[in-house]
Design a binder for this molecule. Structure first.
Ligand SMILES: NC(=O)C1=CN([C@@H]2O[C@H](COP(=O)(O)OP(=O)(O)OC[C@H]3O[C@@H](n4cnc5c(N)ncnc54)[C@H](OP(=O)(O)O)[C@@H]3O)[C@@H](O)[C@H]2O)[C@@H](O)CC1
Ligand SMILES: [K+]
Length: 505
């Protein structure tokens, strides 16, 4: 699903009005109806009040139309218009006239006003929408602060009032802290970013019928990968296939005291459909690995008990492996760094797709400085968490938008696929697009979860998925498995092994 910029959302609005064609006020009516449908599905009528706070622009117009629609459905609706200016939008004016015959409108025009808000109330925030042009001040600020202080459930229409759709707010900005945000047609970039989580809450998209011709043609940088879109990538298994059809992966993982990382990534790799798996690890780890995962084959490090110092040769890899995953638990020893570089050079020469994770990334950051990318084959997949990413780019950022730009730059300049892990993992592709993942939960913030992801993506590469597909599908399936695990064990109790056991291709 495309994430349109604010400018494109406005263009889509105008295009729809002109080409459907539909009057602007009727499009507002349709958007408000879509919100109301979502609301009615989510909340039954009951012994509580729905307090709708409206601004003076089109977001306020939505709020008025929503109030008019909810009232006859049996909801106990109270409407508040915050009169922070003398200028109202045309659609606001039409809707206030339509509403006045039905419900009394309370006008807030004095900063001394104290709102009476109870914990059982539902607040609908229709103060400001995507049209904000400056920070919230004065009367509006007072109202937003009072709403935020209340214990009522806050539901924002389109976007939490005060939040900018696709650029950073000032840290001191006053912004509604919604529990739910019900947004029109497309998610806003702001919803993807950790810095806005406290404002956006749980977000939902409702279809308001903006013209598909415009949306299809729109060129965008950011995408939200919906389950329907991603699951389409899964290749069915052919009836007459054999294990050779699904590739042979090499996973390089583990070191003294870190064999768990190797086991987790290897198990996840096997569960993700790879035909054959060879795990390359330290010799003292071999009995553990073979006991825990008899399905895999092992290639032990010679003459070394503590860490990976293999002098990789072309014949070790040539015509044997379709994908190489390296990093989980390998440690950041200087000797391992030397091996890693040899491995990368060979994979580049033999064009074997790679996944680099965890300590492989830490080695690059600590031993190879800013030039680290010269050694990494093009189209390799990197899976850093934010701290590893910061070390890799050797830069910090002031906000999540700057972080995204650094991510894009890394992917474009070096032709890499970089999966920046977190809620809504951001996957940057060499073509400059960023794809936000839709699955997963906070229970996955647990040791070993990243090792599992490395195993999944390595398996997909070995099966012939393109690196772009392997990254997007792998991250999604990892999150989906995490969601199933969270249902069974709870977010707090689930562990990385539970994610593996719930991988379902
Ligand atoms: N996209 C779609 O297809 C559809 C969109 N729809 C709806 O329209 C909404 C966007 O509407 P909108 O442009 O009127 O924006 P909105 O925020 O309501 O008001 C802006 C007004 O407020 C003012 N203002 C700005 N900042 C301010 C501040 N900090 N403090 C105080 N005032 C401030 C600014 O005036 P200014 O003073 O800047 O001239 C302007 O007059 C969108 O979010 C959605 O809800 C649906 O109805 C139909 C389909
Ligand atoms: K709003």
């Amino acid at each position: 699903m495309k994430i349109l910029s604010l400018h494109q959302i406005r263009e889509a609005d105008c295009f729809t009005i002109e080409h459907e064609p539909i009057a602007s006020i009727d499009l507002m009516e349709r958007a408000s109806r879509a919100f109301v449908n979502w609301f009615c599905k989510s909340f039954e009528t009951g012994d509580y009040k729905v307090k709708v706070f409206c601004g003076l622009g089109d977001n306020g117009g939505d709020g008025l139309a929503i109030s008019r629609m909810l009232h006859p459905l049996g909801y106990d609706v109270e409407v508040y218009v915050v009169k922070y200016s003398s200028k109202e939008s045309d659609n606001f004016n039409i809707n206030i006239n339509r509403l006045k015959t039905q419900i009394e409108v309370n006008v807030i025009d004095d900063e001394q006003f104290t709102l009476s808000l109870n914990s059982g109330d539902i607040i609908i925030d229709a103060l400001l929408g995507s049209g904000i042009s400056r920070s919230i001040e004065g009367l509006l600020k007072t109202v937003v602060e009072q709403i935020n202080k209340s214990e009522a459930m806050i539901i924002s229409v389109d976007i939490p009032s005060g939040l900018l759709a696709d650029k950073p707010n000032n840290q001191s900005d006053t912004i509604i802290k919604a529990f739910h945000t019900v947004s029109f047609q497309v998610p806003k970039l702001a919803f993807m970013l950790p810095q806005n989580a406290e404002f956006v809450g749980n977000w939902h998209i409702v279809d308001i019928g903006l013209h598909q011709t415009f949306i299809n043609k729109a060129e965008v940088v950011f995408f939200y990968s919906t389950p329907q879109e991603v699951e389409k990538l899964i290749k069915p298994r052919a009836k007459f296939s054999h294990k050779g059809t699904y590739g042979h992966a090499l996973l390089i993982a583990g070191s003294y005291g870190m064999m768990g990382a190797a086991i987790l990534s290897a198990r996840a790799c096997m569960r993700s459909g790879v035909g054959k798996l060879t795990v390359h690890s330290i010799s003292s780890g071999l009995p553990i690995l073979q006991t825990v995962l008899p399905e895999a084959m092992y290639w032990e490090v010679l003459n070394d008990d503590k860490f990976l110092t293999t002098d990789f040769k072309i014949e070790d890899l040539n015509s044997r492996f379709q994908a190489v995953g390296v990093g989980p638990g390998i440690g950041v020893y200087e000797e391992t760094g030397i091996s890693l570089i040899k491995l990368c050079r060979l994979c580049k020469e033999l064009v074997i797709p790679m996944v680099l994770d965890a300590d492989a990334l830490n080695i690059f950051a600590s031993q190879f400085g800013d030039d680290f990318t010269n050694e990494i084959p093009e189209n390799s997949i990197l899976t850093p968490h934010p701290k590893e990413f910061r070390n890799l780019v050797n830069q910090s950022w002031n906000n999540d938008y700057e972080k995204l730009e650094l991510l894009r730059k890394l992917a474009i300049q070096n032709k890499l696929i970089v999966c920046l892990k977190g809620a809504n993992t951001a996957i940057a592709l060499p073509n400059g697009t960023i794809h936000f993942n839709s699955s997963g939960n906070a229970g996955m913030a647990t040791a070993g979860s990243g090792d599992v992801l490395t195993g999944i993506i390595t398996a997909l590469l070995a099966q012939g998925y393109s690196p772009d597909e392997a990254a997007i599908l792998g991250v999604y399936m990892h999150g989906k498995a995490g969601d199933i695990a969270a249902e069974k064990f709870g977010m707090t109790s689930m562990i990385a092994s539970d994610i593996i056991e719930n991988i379902r291709f």
